[in-house]
Design a protein around this ligand. Structure first.
Ligand SMILES: [Ca+2]
Length: 245
């Protein structure tokens, strides 16, 4: 029977004049998505023996909560969840940490309240500028579990079929890969530079009379003066024709 009209069947147990009401709770399915930005850590950040730290990337953990049961009414479907993050999980010593002033803060636990719908949480990951390994990607593990740490808020129950663990790997950018706009800028700059050089050469050639000397009639006129080339009768007739014109 449904004692509180929320479309969820409750259980009532009665014995020797007393009854116990076990109210059913809505069951919530949670899907997670772990992402990070930027997509790669630039190798330019690393330099030894620099002891400083830098913000390597930002991690975003998103939760989408949907109800598996079909409760009705104004029932608040909230869950207290313990979110746990671990950086560089496959290593004895982590290269990444959450607290910029504490290089050993490789894990982070945060208690969050999940409600119906989507919600995201952001975390900054820091690294030392001088690390032994700048080749292997950083592996980050996220897992969560329902908790009653914030008592009184949890009304719903986490679906046992929900995936409660996610991994992402953040690679270190080894080779310089220019973004498309930078590539276009380089190509455009090269073409522009080439055109300018071509124009300069053209101007110099014109000023030095290069194109003038190359004209056929000039060629013959020059030859006539120095008489270095033996002209054929056809050439002479053609030249006379040009002069008459
Ligand atoms: Ca009920």
């Amino acid at each position: 029977m449904d004692m509180n009209d929320d479309n969820l069947t409750d259980i009532v147990i009665g014995a020797q004049g007393g009854i116990v009401l076990l109210k059913a709770q809505p069951v919530m399915s949670v899907s997670t998505e772990l992402s990070f930005s930027p997509k790669e850590i630039s190798l330019n950040y690393f330099e030894c023996p620099d002891v400083n730290t830098f913000n390597a990337f930002n991690l975003t953990s998103c939760f989408t909560v949907t109800e598996r049961t079909s409760s009705t009414g104004s029932l608040e479907k909230k869950m207290n969840v313990s979110l746990n993050l671990n950086v560089d999980v496959v290593r004895g010593m982590s290269r990444g940490f959450f607290d910029q002033s504490n290089v050993s803060s490789r894990t982070l636990q945060q208690f969050i309240l999940l409600d119906s719908g989507s919600s995201c949480f952001n975390f900054s990951i820091f690294m030392l500028r001088c690390v032994a390994d700048t080749v292997s990607p950083l592996k980050i593990r996220m897992n969560f579990s329902q908790t009653e740490m914030l008592s009184g808020n949890s009304v719903a129950v986490l679906d046992v079929n929900s995936r409660t663990e996610e991994y992402v790997e953040v690679a270190v950018k080894v080779n310089f890969v220019a973004p498309l706009d930078e590539i276009m800028l380089i190509i455009g700059g090269s073409m522009g530079g080439g055109i300018i050089v071509f124009i300069i050469i053209l101007v110099v050639l014109v000023k030095r009379g290069f194109f003038k000397r190359m004209r056929p009639q000039d060629f013959f006129q020059a030859d006539e003066n120095v008489t270095l080339v033996k002209k054929t009768s056809a050439d002479r007739k053609r030249m006379e024709g040009c002069k008459m014109e």
